[in-house]
Write a protein that binds this ligand. Structure first.
Ligand code: BES
Ligand code: ZN
Length: 629
């Protein structure tokens, strides 16, 4: 049977049942395919891949790439080692924008290949015809200059202004724009790589760093099987400073010392997480501070978290992001969402663990503030979302995984776990989580597999301390459930008192703000009345110097208010900010506020036209829609 027929059957069975796993086939090959598919671990159906890992499944990748900063391309080979489940099936890979030059077997003889029809989100399937003995093939290829996973920065976009910079971002389905592979989080691979880079630059990857070989190439090796979205590469003028014997920071030379000081508590965070959830299984934990164009706050690439420099506030007030990315070393990297529908398994667990780490290292008061702030963000965002997108187990049929990106998988997911903790008690829930990570280590699992595990290991075993939980409702009901846990923060209550005073006319300089920390200022700024006069805004600015704040969270919250109230005193800072910072979380509210302001659309379009070439494809994708580019 032709694989596309099998695929049609798989799709049909998905439509007919909600079964998460498919190891079914029919027709002439049924018997052998069936037996083989069942002997291999069943692989859940991922609608965001062209690959057919139930038939032929990639196990290891070996990359040999040369980076060309003049053409913004990488070229070389990707050797794929695979397991053949159906001996007659070809190897089907994902590819998007790749120029495939040729495909050969390990003995150098050519293999026929074809690129199928390009799909907007998914790219094109790359189908390679195999000979009976093939267990590996070598794909010779080059990336496109506009590969979405790769951002090639001009020297002006770096701290030094002297050397160019490259970084990759694989999550969710961008790895296929720089590596031809089965780009599904259920298809875990080990990898190694050699990277040829300009002599003055250093390459780093989400792997063991083997250093520069005699040929000048950087070598890397990842011995644990990881989902392909975690394969990551960066190259620039980089220096390293250690924090402990297993943690440290990579950054541009002018940034690395401050970065290390800011992130010095990382080792304490690792120790706290290990105490709660079991050993850190990845060897080293390093952080790479990227130039400000990085579109995310952080990305949990194994052994080497990628992070925005906008967390370097100078007072460690934004390091919850490190706790978050570190937490992914358990939830996400060790136990991975099998498909992007199950994204909440990655992020909800991670936010929960992040908060537990923060509580251990920075205390309950700080954590409660962060919980209250993020719940407010969740409620605010959900108010503007379609009900079908307010659920944890989201339906992404026909959509891009990014459409499922919101506070819902993060904060609602974490609230679900906090609810479980509340019902079963912290000691029992901690034991449950530790067991969950041990039992599923280095596996990719679906929401259904999680609920089975939850039922068997917690619900059926332990009497609830309080009332029962409706798991199904938590996964499928839009909005916040009535039993969602709430947090209180006395420190934030104090801010609310001052906000109330401000509302009835108290002068900014007379507010009692002594000793306020970043989270309190954020509460203050996000809850400022929208109708403050320009004069009152100026008075606040004078009293608290928001416009010149070196804390990007504070600056961004302030700039949003400036746009909303029509206060022009921060216009120049706004311009500098959006020209420099590429982090989508900041750009999205700023451009949204601009577009909504009276006569703001023109201004938004003008600013965006100048800044857009500096933004990553991920940020452009979101902002193009907001600004109407
Ligand atoms: N893995 C995510 C980033 C991501 C998600 C990239 C989906 C692509 C697709 C990362 O762990 C994350 O959640 N980052 C947050 C920071 C965190 C503190 C909430 C971010 O970048 O804002
Ligand atoms: Zn995350």
């Amino acid at each position: 049977m032709h694989p596309s027929n099998l695929r049609a059957i798989l799709w049909t069975s998905l439509l007919l049942s909600t079964a998460a796993c498919v190891a079914d086939s029919s027709g002439p090959k049924r018997d052998s395919a069936d037996r083989k598919a069942q002997s291999a671990r069943m692989i859940p159906l991922d609608m965001h891949t062209h690959a057919q890992p139930n038939l032929c499944r990639v196990r290891h990748l070996s990359l040999a790439l040369a980076l060309d900063f003049t053409t913004s391309t990488a070229s070389g080979t990707c050797t794929l080692t695979f397991e053949r489940i159906d001996p007659d099936a070809p190897l089907v890979l994902d590819s998007k924008g790749l120029r495939i030059e040729r495909v050969v077997a390990v003995d150098g003889s050519a293999r026929a290949f074809s690129l199928g029809q390009e799909h907007d989100n998914l790219g094109a399937p790359l189908t390679i015809e195999l000979q009976p003995k093939d267990r590996a093939v070598v794909v010779h290829y080059a990336t496109a200059p506009g590969a979405e996973a790769m951002q090639w920065l001009a020297p002006e976009q770096t701290a030094s202004g002297k050397a160019p910079f490259l970084f990759t971002q694989g999550q969710a389905i961008l790895t296929r724009t720089w590596i031809p592979t089965q780009d599904s989080p259920g298809v875990r691979v080990t990898y190694d790589a050699t990277i040829e880079a300009p002599a003055n630059l250093t390459a780093v990857m989400s792997a063991e760093q083997l250093g520069r070989g005699p040929d000048g190439r950087f070598g890397f090796r990842m011995r644990e099987a990881i989902p392909p979205y975690l394969i990551a590469l960066a190259c620039g003028d980089l220096e390293f400073q250690g924090i402990s014997n297993r943690a440290g920071v990579w950054a541009e030379p002018s940034v690395v010392r401050d970065a290390r000081d800011e992130l010095v508590d990382t080792e304490r965070m690792i120790a706290a997480a290990e105490k709660l959830f079991g050993p850190y299984r990845w060897g080293r934990y390093d952080l790479l501070i990227l130039p400000p164009a990085f579109p995310y706050g952080g990305m949990e690439n194994p052994r080497l978290t990628f992070a925005t420099p906008t967390i370097l506030a100078g007072d460690k007030s934004l390091v919850a992001l490190v706790a978050h990315e570190l937490a992914h070393s358990w939830s996400g990297n060790l136990v991975t969402n099998a498909t992007w529908r199950d994204f909440w398994l990655n992020e909800g667990f991670t936010v929960y663990i992040e908060q537990r780490i923060m509580e251990e290292v920075f205390g309950v008061e700080r954590t409660s503030m962060e919980q209250v702030l993020s719940r407010a963000e969740l409620e605010q965002e959900m108010a503007g979302m379609q009900p079908k997108d307010q659920v944890l187990h989201i339906d992404l049929a026909g959509r891009h995984p990014d459409d499922g990106f919101s506070q819902v998988p993060y904060e609602k997911g974490a609230l679900f776990l906090r609810r479980l903790e509340q019902i079963y008690g912290r000691p029992a829930f901690d034991r449950f989580l530790r067991n969950y990570f041990d039992r599923h280590a280095f596996q990719s699992i679906t929401t259904e597999e999680f609920t089975h595990h939850l039922q068997a290991e917690l619900i059926d075993r332990l009497p609830a301390l309080g009332e029962k939980l409706d798991v199904h409702a938590w996964l499928t009901t839009p909005g916040l459930l009535p039993d969602a846990p709430t947090s209180r923060s006395a420190l934030l209550d104090r801010v609310d008192t001052e906000l109330a005073a401000l509302r009835v006319g108290q002068a900014a300089g007379k507010l009692e703000t002594k000793g306020w920390v970043t989270q309190q200022w954020l509460r203050f700024l996000t809850n400022l009345p929208r109708d403050l006069s320009a004069q009152r805004m100026a008075e606040l600015d004078e009293a608290f110097q928001f416009t010149t704040s070196g804390n990007c969270e504070i600056a961004c919250a302030w700039l949003e208010k400036c746009i909303q109230t029509g206060y022009s005193g921060a216009d120049q800072r706004l311009e500098e900010f959006v020209m420099q910072v590429g982090r989508r979380k900041f750009l999205k509210p700023l451009y949204t506020a601009l577009v909504q302001a009276p006569n703001g659309l023109e201004r938004a379009k003008a600013l965006y036209a100048r800044a857009r070439p500096r933004y990553h494809a991920v940020s452009r994708g979101t902002l193009d829609k907001i600004v109407g580019f």
